[in-house]
Design a protein around this ligand. Sequence first.
Ligand code: ZN
Length: 163
Amino acid sequence: MAVLPVLQWPDPRLRMPCGPAAADDATRGLARDMLDTMYAASGRGLAAPQVGVLTRVFVMDATWKTAAHTPEIFLNPEIIWRSGTVATGPEGCLSIAHVLAEVSRATEIILRWLTLDGAIAAAKLTGFRAICAQHEMDHLDGILTLDRLSPEARALAEVEAQR
Ligand code: ZN
């Protein structure tokens, strides 16, 4: 088990696009450490660039705060469909302390990804899993919740983030 430091905005590594991940031992170790880090930070999602690794990997556990643990690991995720229905809600981010940003996201997506065993997987995600996956996938492209706010809301959120 290894809990890694979580990079904080405005660390420039949070702005870098990530490269493809391989289903190998290095990624298996990374994913394990990312889950340890996510639970230790009391989060429900974490992307590799948040721990300084510029690889297309994110982890998520949508249920552990209220029910059983359901850790999920996604390599090279791609959204292959998104619903026309959009919902706006507050999103925290382990890399942007103190800020809950009101972000609009598709309420349902179909995600395709590579598993740690090297298999192609696909699933329809709804509810919190859909929102969280879109948030984490933004991280893989160097995009933060702050970028999805109006200029006014962003300015206020950036002040909050420095507190
Ligand atoms: Zn985040």
